[in-house]
Design a protein around this ligand. Structure first.
Ligand code: SDX
Length: 392
């Protein structure tokens, strides 16, 4: 009994860790970051404030936020030799491949000076990762389209700075409607953490060996890339496009019910939520607001709405409690902001870095945590003697 939440012994025995960061009630569709409901943070907070909350456990005072924002801003630059490193990628490398490689390589820049047992060194590594992720992400995008990499403009806030690094060209100042950065900030808040999802559990497992934080976060990026996880947001757009081309939503729903098809409705279903994903509800509303304010009408949104309506009335989805998840609508907003599909999972990684480093810090500070060692059910042959090759 943790005072507010009780777990039966069986659950505790199978749990991979204890954490005070995020709480999910999948049946009730509840998501709390350090006890604050996601709906309230989405309405009142901003991404950097949420990052501070996840890392430190409390919402910052005005002075604490100013100091945190100043420190993040101070670390947004990336070393010039990282650009040389990036130029080793083929020009059309997937941005997630570049992000994974470059973040892992940060260990070569900072690791040898990092004393993992020093809490201040650990905190600084976390700040560096939150600060540099957007710079490296935008650089990966611009490299992939052959544009020169832009320096971070540190007079801008976190989201405006990222959008400028992504899209700014010298000839014309970037004229972004206010809703763009607001929508991005909201998406970052909603994607910042989610308890022991596959990528966060990966970060904790790698961290439990004492590996440096840059290697841990690179491992998290690798796990997030899969289409069953963060890669789903990119897969949703492809799926909606295909459904739009076929002009047949009902057929897609039938295909998703046919096990032999190997086709699933991307952006639907969740390991934990057996009710609406509260983030999907917020993003769906934001979708309409962003498209209206940008004056964009996207047929993919109409297809997504129709797909949701058809699926939610279908016994197959109702019986299996399959609802839209965080990835179902997010891509439509990213697309409206001009972000290419190949960068959707990178956007997820920028936001989830706050959660990943919060979990890494929480675990690194706990001396009782042992190296992770998942167990298996062995299904191979019993012990047998070696047979020389001429007798096989
Ligand atoms: C994220 O863990 C997190 O918190 C992740 C995340 C985060 O913030 O970190 O929330 C982010 O990763 C969201 C999920 C994004 N992935 C997708 O949208 C991919 C599509 N969804 C599915 O692959 C699936 O729903 C999962 C992987 C998300 C969850 O799978 P589960 O809970 O393990 O479900 P399952 O594979 O055991 O399926 C249960 C049943 C099966 O049918 P039966 O064998 O019982 O007959 O539901 C069916 C599945 O075939 N099913 C689907 C389906 N998802 C599950 N059928 C059609 N379409 C789907 N999307």
């Amino acid at each position: 009994d943790t005072g507010h939440f009780t777990y039966d012994q069986g659950f505790v025995a199978t749990a991979s860790c204890k954490s005070a960061i995020t709480y999910i009630d999948g049946d009730e569709g509840v998501l709390l970051y350090r006890g604050y409901p996601i709906e309230q943070l989405a309405k009142h907070s901003n991404f950097l404030e949420v990052a501070h909350l996840l890392i430190n456990g409390e919402l910052p005072t005005a002075d604490e936020f100013k100091a945190f924002e100043h420190e993040v801003t101070h670390h947004t630059m990336m070393h010039e030799s990282l650009k040389t490193f990036m130029q080793g990628f083929h020009y059309d490398a997937h941005p997630m491949a570049m992000l994974c490689g470059v973040i892992g390589s940060l260990a070569a820049f900072y690791h040898d000076k990092l004393d993992i047992d020093d809490p201040e060194h650990r905190r600084l590594a976390a700040i560096r990762l939150i600060a540099k992720m957007p710079t490296i992400a935008a650089a990966a995008y611009r490299y992939s389209i052959g544009w020169p990499i832009r320096f971070p403009r540190n007079n801008l806030d976190y989201c405006h700075r990222f959008l400028h690094m992504m899209f700014e060209v010298p000839s014309e100042p970037l004229d972004l409607p206010p809703v763009a950065a607001k929508a991005l900030d909201l998406l970052f808040i909603l994607h910042a953490d989610h308890e022991q999802n596959a990528s966060t559990s990966t970060v904790r497992l790698v961290g439990s060996t004492g590996a440096n934080p840059y290697a841990c976060i690179a491992a998290g990026i690798a796990a997030l890339w899969g289409p069953a996880h963060g890669g789903a947001n990119e897969a949703v757009l492809t799926m909606l496009q295909e459904i739009g081309d076929a002009k047949n939503v009902a057929q897609a729903v039938e295909r998703a019910k046919d096990k032999d098809s190997g086709f699933r409705l991307m952006g639907f279903g969740h390991r934990v939520y057996k009710n609406f994903d509260p983030r999907a509800t917020i993003i769906r509303e934001m979708c309409h607001k962003v498209l209206n304010e940008l004056g964009v009408s996207d047929p993919l949104l109409d297809i997504a709405m129709e797909l949701e309506q058809v699926a939610l009335k279908d016994e197959y989805f109702v019986q299996r409690k399959l609802y839209p998840n965080v990835d179902f609508y997010s891509g439509i907003i990213y697309k409206a902001l001009g972000i290419p599909t190949s960068m959707f999972t990178v956007m997820f990684a920028i936001a989830r870095t706050a959660g990943w480093v919060a979990h890494w810090l929480e675990q690194s500070a706990d001396p009782t945590v042992k190296i992770g060692r998942p167990r298996q059910v062995y299904t191979g042959p019993v012990s047998r003697d070696y047979v020389s090759i001429d007798k096989r």
